[in-house]
Design a protein around this ligand. Structure first.
Ligand code: CU
Length: 178
């Protein structure tokens, strides 16, 4: 290995390490089952300098009762569908369908700025704790598109070019934690 490529691989490592909090990520990366969850998706950059004009989020099974927060300057459309099973919800009800994806359009987020795309949801009590859920985010720019959907074992997470935002599911919070 020539010294130059050593430097190059060190720089690449530094870039990847620095990028750990870049991309599209969730603000809160773990939450217990059986309670509401405010999902704040942080969009930290555009497509190689091009402004972001559309964001689509697809929600994994068990993230139910999704409601996007209105966002000034952006239009929101949702797509509903059936869940794989019924999930217990408030007031003794069972939810069998709901919002599966949310799309924000009409705005323009310059690459030099940062923004958040927010939904309120409920983490189904039926989900197995200690698993990690992956969201798929499709980010369209004036020029280009990025799909954040890759997953890998934790030790390889940094090597992913397009990592999906991840949410670790914890056991149900005990009563006196309320
Ligand atoms: Cu990035």
């Amino acid at each position: 290995m020539k010294p130059l490529s050593h430097i190059a691989s060190f720089l690449m490592f530094a870039l990847l390490a620095g990028a750990a909090d870049a991309h599209v990520v969730l603000e809160q990366r773990q939450t217990p089952v059986g309670q509401p969850y405010k999902a704040v998706f942080k969009v930290t950059h555009g497509c190689e300098g091009s402004p972001t004009v559309k964001v689509r989020i697809d929600f994994p099974e068990g993230v139910i009762a999704v409601k996007p927060m209105p966002k000034p300057g952006w239009q929101i459309t949702t797509t509903k569908g059936g869940y794989a099973q019924g999930y217990k919800f408030y007031h003794g009800t069972t939810l069998t369908e709901g919002v599966k994806s949310v799309v924000w359009t009409g705005g323009s987020l310059p690459d030099d700025f940062y923004d958040e795309f927010i939904v309120n949801a409920f983490i189904a009590e039926e989900l197995k704790p200690n698993q990690t859920l992956a969201f798929t985010v499709t980010q369209d720019c004036e020029k280009g598109q990025m799909t954040w959907s890759e997953t890998a074992p934790p030790e390889h997470q940094l090597h992913l070019k397009w990592p999906a935002p991840l949410l670790k599911i914890l056991p149900k919070a005990s009563e006196h934690d309320h």
